[in-house]
Design a protein around this ligand. Structure first.
Ligand SMILES: [Zn+2]
Length: 375
């Protein structure tokens, strides 16, 4: 099944990832967008030489920086690895056709994903070489600004709606680039609509069938109220029901209005998603008018330490407004945590078995194109 030259290296990296997940809390990186925002780049910086003649403004298109200012993106990856992150995320939050269309950049979506994954991979490999520490690349599939659930009504065929199939095609283009660029896993993050998450999972499934191998999948929801409901009104339990047949290895929560508000939603998700590893990466709160985020590294680390002590998390990191200082504080706070050893023995075990090829992610009888056992 794995005839491609990179197959054994990929399999070895994944085995190291599973080994670590079974033993300790892994650290994700912090925010990419807010690190780049603080550089106060101007229109010319975003365009670089390549898109000098673009007829649309590019300022604010942080994903295009992978092509026009890759050294800036690389520097952010490096500072998080130096802070202790085990997993870095690609700069691809908006690297999908619906999000790039307003910038006139839908035609470079595949390249944005491919190059962002290659860049993260090269920085991770260099760090691994220097430090001897295993580090991983999560290929990010971000949300689009359009929701599948909005197309259900009769009068919602506006710019905010998108069909399921359209979204599958858009995400498949992105996932293909991420996998070809060397991502170790695919992270579908900031999920605000279960149908959108299902479209991204379906896109990944199609790409894995095309390629003849699978990468582990992670899905992270962004609650927008204290009940943990996402923007579509679904609870974490309802979202899990909608996506569980895709057997994500990791499920989690990210962003939110504060670390405390996000963390309050974790136990319920951990309870329903009993076969998945749990990932939590809160924002540093909501920014003030000057763009300052209220939660300090110490604040975030203390909240996460209390959560870790309950044995419900396997991966911790930061979302909007977090910095290498936040990741360093998390490392100090969580390095001694067992990560809920009792839970780790069963949590995620099903997903790891499937990823190790010992069990099918899907029923092969009902899916002749299944790539089960491909890793
Ligand atoms: Zn965020």
């Amino acid at each position: 099944m794995n005839a491609s030259p990179g197959a054994s290296a990929r399999a070895a990296r994944l085995e190291r990832l599973f080994h670590l997940l079974e033993r300790r809390i892994l650290l994700l990186d912090g925010a990419m967008g807010t690190r780049l925002q603080r550089l106060a780049l101007d229109e010319q910086d975003f365009r670089g030489a390549r898109f000098l003649d673009s007829d649309r403004p590019q300022r604010g298109n942080y994903d295009i920086l992978t092509l026009t200012q890759p050294q800036l993106v690389a520097a952010v990856h490096r500072e998080y690895l130096e802070a202790g992150a085990d997993v870095i995320r690609t700069n691809t939050f908006l690297a999908n056709a619906p999000s790039q269309s307003p910038f006139g950049m839908a035609h470079v979506v595949h390249e944005l994903n491919l190059e962002a994954a290659r860049l993260a991979r090269s920085i991770a490999d260099a760090h691994e070489e220097e430090s001897g520490r295993a580090v991983f690349v999560a290929g990010v599939v971000g949300p689009t600004d359009r929701a599948v659930s909005l197309t259900k009504g009769t009068d919602t065929a506006d710019a905010r709606g998108v069909s399921f199939d359209e979204l599958v095609r858009a995400h498949a283009d992105a996932v293909r680039g991420l996998v070809h660029g060397g991502a170790d896993l695919i992270l579908i993050e900031t999920v605000f609509d279960a149908a959108n998450a299902r479209a991204a999972l379906e896109a990944a499934r199609k790409v894995f069938i095309e390629l003849g191998y699978e990468l582990p999948l992670a899905v992270s929801l962004t609650p927008c109220d204290d009940d943990g409901r996402i923007r579509s009104g679904e609870t974490p339990g309802e979202v899990w029901e909608a996506i569980r047949d895709a057997k994500p290895l990791i499920v989690g929560l990210n962003c939110g209005s504060s670390p405390r508000a996000l963390i309050a939603c974790v136990p319920e998700l951990a309870r329903v998603a009993e076969d998945a590893f749990v990932c939590v990466y809160p924002s540093a709160g909501l920014p003030d008018a000057a763009g300052n985020y209220p939660a300090t590294p110490h604040d975030l680390a203390e909240e996460m330490r209390a959560l870790a002590a309950r044995g419900v998390i396997n991966i911790a990191g930061g979302c909007c407004g977090t910095t290498p200082g936040h990741i360093r504080a998390l490392r100090a706070a969580l390095s001694g945590e067992p990560g809920g050893t009792a839970m780790l023995s069963s949590r995620g075990a099903c997903g790891i078995r499937a990823a190790r090829g010992r069990r099918c992610r899907r029923d092969p009888a009902s899916d002749p194109g299944s790539t089960a056992g491909g890793i």
